[in-house]
Design a protein around this ligand. Structure first.
Ligand code: ZN
Length: 486
């Protein structure tokens, strides 16, 4: 396993669990795992699946949930600066690195010394908090995490930004921005407030299979008049570069009231670097969703494309999609997109007509383990009248809708997961007991915090928590599938 593979694996566990504990950043924890375990190669990491140097507490069954026992090992501690002491310590042993990460969150969020990590949005401050709280005795622990790991391995890329919600007061003259955006970095240059109302969409190819973040960061730093309103990344992620209220510098047409960039929302899409500048299916689906959202918010009743340049440039016969090549000697948007403009328009119009666009903020990233064969399409159709009307019980169509839009809209779907793999439930109430076993009369171990939990076993209407801490009554939980995979 390379260092990069280790980082990716640990990042997936950190990002799977951190939100339910109120932890806002991932990079310090990944850095800790790298440092404490020498990228998964240490004795503890291999023999005890302990990558975070977690010690076994006395009364550990209660205080180290998820641990399966202890592991003795000599360790160096620096209780006084510069003075290294060898001690023998008992570390916690886990079944997996994932369990270790989960346990870390229980630990770090329940011990008073570290409580400031909850809600902390700055990776460096996080490192100082855990150093101050005594996580490790090394005098340089926090700075080492920052310099030797977070910066060196660019770990902040795993600190997913929260959804940018531009507040109404930030908008001028009724302009808003797409709630689909997961990243916002303002471009260095924009053409100021629009001189024309939004009535056009111009899709571009960015000539590189980039993420939305890469695209936005590029326009935030480039020293010439180049920008766009949105960037669609190769994985279907959507970034905001120039707010809709502003004119972007995207189509070589920004001077004068009727210039293309004054009236169009411009979208750069991650694409191949060579002709026909193909884009991924994920990017294509995201483009459709974004275009539908733009139309809906800006009162554009339908999209219309034409393969006649004159119709496009002069907005004849209701045509409201233009191309960069209309205004400059360029291949943009490339033939791959160009040949799909009508398709994009028709998919957008279908969404607008069937009112299939009800976008809710994205709440929780989770790994992709969905499978059409486990997808309960009958329930999905029955739950949503509009989908049933549009697709009936057509399994493939419902699945496609779910994949493309349903997840982003926050629609709930049901999967028949085998229990041993676990499934997710949401606890909304504050006074749900964690029971020692699967009966109402068994001893309570306290209340579970509202949030998302993994259930690994069911018995008598109770679900066993993955952490091993106990059982909760499933009656008070809602089975969920969270949305918008990585
Ligand atoms: Zn272009």
């Amino acid at each position: 396993m390379t260092k990069e593979e280790f980082i990716k694996e640990i990042a997936s566990y950190v990002n799977k669990y951190r939100e339910q504990f109120g932890i806002k950043v991932a990079s310090p924890i990944i850095a800790q795992a790298c440092k404490e375990s020498a990228f998964g190669t240490s004795e503890l990491a291999i023999n005890a699946k302990n990558i975070l140097g977690i010690k076994l507490k006395t009364n550990w069954q209660k205080r180290t949930p998820g641990a399966i026992g202890g592991y003795n090992k000599d360790t160096k501690e620096e209780y006084k600066i510069g003075q290294i002491t060898n001690i023998n310590a008992t570390f916690a042993k886990f079944n997996s690195w994932e369990d270790c990460v989960l346990n870390y969150f229980y630990f770090i969020t329940t011990v008073n010394n570290y409580k400031e990590v909850i809600g902390c949005t700055d990776p460096e401050s996080y490192c100082h908090i855990i150093k101050k709280g005594g996580y490790a005795t090394g005098s340089n622990y926090d700075n080492s995490l920052i310099e030797d790991y977070i910066k060196k391995y660019n770990l902040t890329q795993y600190d997913k930004k929260d959804i940018v919600i531009i507040k109404p007061e930030d908008t001028v003259s009724g302009y808003s921005n797409s709630p689909l955006v997961s990243y916002f970095n303002p471009a260095k240059y924009n053409g100021g407030e629009r001189l024309h109302k939004i009535d056009t969409i111009t899709i571009h190819c960015i000539v590189g299979q980039w993420t939305a973040k890469q695209g936005c960061d590029y326009f935030a730093n480039i020293d010439r008049k180049a920008s766009c309103n949105y960037v669609v990344g190769k994985d279907g992620d959507i970034g905001l570069s120039v707010e809709e209220k502003y004119c972007s510098y995207c189509s070589n047409s920004s001077e004068g009231k009727n210039a293309n960039d004054q009236r169009a929302i411009t979208i750069e899409t991650a694409s191949d670097k060579t002709d026909p500048y193909a884009i991924t299916d994920k990017a294509l689906n995201a483009l459709i969703l974004l275009c539908a959202d733009i139309c809906k918010r800006n009162g554009i009743p339908a999209l219309k494309f034409s393969y006649d340049k004159n119709e496009r440039v002069n907005h004849l016969n209701g045509v409201n999609m233009t191309c960069h090549r209309d205004f400059a000697k360029k291949a943009c948007p490339g033939d791959y997109i160009y040949n799909r403009e009508e398709y994009i328009a028709s998919e957008v119009n279908k969404m607008l007509n069937n009112n299939l666009l009800e976008i809710k903020p994205i709440t929780q990233p989770i790994q992709n383990t969905e499978d059409i064969n486990k997808f309960n399409y009958i329930k999905y159709a029955d739950d949503y009248a509009d989908l049933k009307k549009a697709f009936g019980y057509d399994k493939q169509k419902l699945w496609n809708h779910y994949q493309t839009y349903g997840r982003k809209e926050g629609r709930k779907v049901y999967f028949d997961f085998e229990c041993k793999n676990g499934y997710l439930v949401q606890v909304k109430i504050k006074d749900l007991n964690i029971r020692e076993s699967h009966t109402v009369n068994s001893k309570s171990k306290g209340f579970i915090k509202p949030g998302i939990y993994t259930i690994v076993e069911e018995n008598n209407g109770f679900g066993k928590l993955k952490s091993g801490i106990g059982w909760i009554s499933l009656k008070y939980t809602e089975r969920v599938w969270w949305i918008f995979g990585n």
